[in-house]
Design a protein around this ligand. Sequence first.
Ligand SMILES: Cc1ncc(COP(=O)(O)O)c(C=O)c1O
Length: 361
Amino acid sequence: MSATLPTFPWDTLSAATAQARAHAGGLVDLSVGTPVDPVAPVIRDALVAGSAAPGYPTTAGRPELRASAEHALRRRYGVTGLAPDAVLPAIGTKELIAWLPTLLGLGPDDVVVVPELAYPTYDVGARLAGAQVLRADSLTQLGPQTPALIYLNSPSNPTGKVLGVDHLRKVVGWARERGVLVASDECYLGLGWDERPVSVLHPSVCDGDHTGLLAIHSLSKTSSLAGYRAGFVAGDPAVVAELLAVRKHAGMMMPTPVQVAMVAALDDDEHEREQRERYARRRDALLPAVRAAGLRVDDSEAGLYIWATRGEPCRDTVDWFARLGILVAPGEFYGPRGAEHVRIALTATDDAIAAAVDRLS
Ligand SMILES: Cc1ncc(COP(=O)(O)O)c(C=O)c1O
């Protein structure tokens, strides 16, 4: 099975990692994008409070978890008309994305559309199901074929590009006419800088009708819960019910303490705001330094990454950064169109970001 999957991309960075690590000031890792700020006390306390429960959790999640997810989507992103049972917890959204085509019963006759520059797991999930993958950013690239599933990701990993309401409406309308499922990965929705990202479930996009739509939400970045594995999918109640029916059989249950912690995270907007402000400060420091070092920054209006180029093969740029003791991700990880870009993550401590700024100047 693993032979049908691409080389695990991060395994190819060992030489650049070794070079960056050899820098006298030590390694500044801006590659994977793993959160570094401690989990907020309100969430950790809830984790402890939930840790005595002896029984099996349900796959559907506790009613209060589904309700908290619905409330958070309404409060933070203006999503209306979502029923709590149209929410399903995921053991981190990577798990959900990797298995979504399989859970939906897709196979060799089905096409999954992923953005031209995309989080690699969309492609992996399609391959695990044996489905075909088509990289496209516009509907005209699809021609006459009708895919089974279209992924959207705004703000984008890796580019930070935001899809406007008009674009989202066009995709939703096109997909509805053809019975195509739209899965909108909204992992970075809360991290808008120069643009305000909008959920596919927002009434301005879907007119309050969630048919054929899924929004995928991760708490890894907005609440620094990457280690807890906490996310959820919400949207079309019939599709969510179908996913639940299959996931129940497959044992895809979120541990009870994580469910309790997730309720606390979804109910508390204060820590989420503080985390956003931390990333905003790091971006304000790093973005001008990247530009001043001669790179061109493209898109990058939202999300956790700076998408930049020196107009050369991306591995050369990775090496250029590695000589400064900074590790960044080559754009080719995310699709052929990334061949001359690198992705620079904002997920480092304030001290590490200051060191990167210093070295770039
Ligand atoms: C676009 C996107 N979607 C989903 C994920 C998965 O996040 P998690 O599995 O931590 O919820 C990531 C992680 O980096 C991501 O960048």
